[in-house]
Design a protein around this ligand. Sequence first.
Ligand code: A2P
Length: 278
Amino acid sequence: MAQIPTVTLNDGVALPRVGFGVFQVSPEEATEAVSTALDAGYRTFDTASVYGNEEGVGKAIVSSEVARSDIFLITKVWNDDQGYDETLRACEASLERLGVEYVDQYLIHWPRPKLDRYVDTWKALVRLVSDGRVRSIGVSNFAPENIRRLVDETGVVPAVNQVELHPGFPQTELRSFHEGLGITTQAWSPLGRGQGFLGHPVVGAIARAHDRTPAQVALRWHVQLGVVALPKSVTPERIRSNIGIFDFELTEPEMAQLTDIGTDFRVGPDPALFFDMS
Ligand code: A2P
């Protein structure tokens, strides 16, 4: 079984360098997929209240033989629950659904700058750490200006920012902004939802050269960039093979070729537009 190395976050908490995502997975499927992933060696599980599957994820974690302390559980406060008191309540509700005493990481799912409550929401996350309900806090889909504001107004730097990131959308500028503040980048949809860039000839050629799958090449690219990828799959064979990425290395030219595929393969909403809708 794969042993996944960890990265130490800016708050001292250790995060495995690859995890498992469950976006658009039903609660029943989530229990099944998370159990398979635990058996395969995954220890990080990324859900969100809006995914509607926290119960399913929690069930697999609670019934597993793997110690709770060896598992890194991430969930997120949804847009409608932003605000100090609302967020404290939303976290309690998530813990209840998950069936756990604490989560390892709690993230603000989207900044919603027009609502202008993300600073209060962030203050609630800081409180949740001191209350022992959460070990580490971060954000998701935040732009540099949103992060700067959190730091200016609270002095607390997020441990992570979880954003869409894969070879077809490499987020080069954002990654370097994160590095400047010691923020670890987490990648949602690191496989581009299994479409688009995975079929790119450059990915195919590199995969053949290493006798690996295109998904393994993409996930290895994340690891070598220092990005924590959270691939989703409900297919046992893929769940197992996707973490077989710690026994080969991409060369520098291969890394550069992958990063240069282009930025045309975005699969999720642009936060700049989602701000208006949310
Ligand atoms: P499935 O869940 O049916 O196995 P992302 O993590 O980028 O959002 O991608 C998730 C999508 O990619 C899912 O549709 C998943 O399908 C698919 N997927 C997961 N692993 C692989 C793989 N190794 N090869 C191809 N597609 C994959």
